[in-house]
Design a protein around this ligand. Structure first.
Ligand SMILES: Cc1cc2nc3c(=O)[nH]c(=O)nc-3n(C[C@H](O)[C@H](O)[C@H](O)COP(=O)(O)O)c2cc1C
Length: 320
């Protein structure tokens, strides 16, 4: 079983020493925990990307082991930081460490946990982690390890479906003991059996055809019947279309969905961050994302059946 060491250091010399000690001890990879004690860097208001990229570069020079920095979830641009860490040489990223927060004991009127700001987590944290993994994984060239809110096998499956390659568990072990690992693995196996999957790799992800559209765009309306028909075919092949609205108001896009008999999920990208992270600045655009969560094909204008037939079959045939 591979073992990762998890380092938390605060000087360049300590990172080098930690990497060397990990290597000598036989670790298979190193997690760089750059935001512990919880939120130190966040509270210090330093440039998180530069701080983490610096640690990655030092660690890469000190060891041949894979280096996996652990990101904080409290960043203004998690996608930018994840891509910046990949450029700095990271071999994977962990998303995320726990939030730094505050709770107050009403009896004593004093802070709970460490007498002040502390790491807060729990099952509630999973939705935030899933949201960012699903957005970042299609364009990130390195694997994502999910961390946050796993209380059972279903949660671990959700992380894999969102695009993670591995899942970390902490709070559940603290609460339930090591036996929880066996329970989580059993629940994952039950899920796989119910769905007819042979292995974890088989449910790691669906092929997704992501169509960015707007109700005011004529080519979007012209291609809508093709997509509505294609969804019925894809639904039987472990794949789905996901629509994402672009600079549209909710009433108009809801009408569009109804008029065009669209049955696949449609996301409202209210402030455009999802669409921008895919480099989209005009519609329609369609991305085909494979089971590993990587973009395999892109159509920058109105699509047709010929394009779908040329691109989709080989991507559907790939296994994880
Ligand atoms: C008691 C406790 C101690 C933790 N200590 C560390 C730590 O030293 N370094 C670290 O990177 N994360 C630490 N974490 C955060 C976990 O590694 C993990 O990222 C986080 O708890 C989210 O996952 P979970 O919902 O499974 O707990 C700690 C979490 C808990 C509950």
């Amino acid at each position: 079983m591979p073992i990762f060491s998890s380092l938390n250091c605060n000087t360049d010399e300590r990172w080098v020493e930690g990497c060397q000690v990990s290597e000598q001890a036989g670790a298979d990879a190193i997690e760089l925990n750059v935001s512990c004690p919880h939120g130190t860097h966040i509270m210090a208001q330093v440039d998180m990307l530069e701080t983490m990229a610096h640690a990655v570069r030092i660690a890469k020079a000190a060891t041949k082991l894979p280096i996996i920095p652990k990101m904080s979830g409290q960043l203004d641009a998690p996608a930018r930081v994840a891509h910046g860490l990949a450029q700095a040489g990271a071999d994977g990223i962990v998303m995320f460490n726990r939030f730094t927060g505050l709770d107050i004991d009403l009896e004593t009127e004093m802070p709970i946990m460490h007498g002040g700001y502390a790491g807060h987590g729990g099952p509630w944290a999973i939705h935030y982690v899933l949201r960012w993994i699903s957005e970042i994984s299609p364009t990130l060239p390195i694997p994502i390890l999910a961390s946050g809110g796993v209380a059972g096998g279903d949660d671990a499956v959700k992380h894999l479906l969102a695009g993670a390659q591995a899942v970390e568990v902490c709070t559940a072990i603290v609460m339930e003991g090591w036996g929880v690992v066996e329970r989580i693995l059993k629940e994952m196996a039950d899920f796989a059996e119910d769905k007819g999957y042979a292995s974890v790799a088989d449910f790691r992800g669906k092929v997704v055809v992501m169509n960015v559209f707007a109700s005011w765009c004529d080519p979007c309306r012209a291609e809508a019947p093709i997509l509505a028909h294609e969804q019925r075919v894809l639904a039987t092949q472990g794949a789905t279309i996901v629509g994402v609205t672009y600079l549209d108001n909710s009433t108009a896009s809801e009408q569009f969905v109804k008029q065009e008999h669209i049955t696949y999920p449609v996301l409202r990208d209210v402030n455009g961050t999802l669409v921008r992270s895919f480099g989209t600045d005009a519609v329609p655009e369609t991305f085909i994302i494979n089971r590993q969560g990587k973009i395999q094909a892109l159509r920058r204008y109105q699509l047709n059946n010929t394009w779908l037939k040329r691109t989709l079959p080989s991507i559907l045939a790939e296994r994880s």
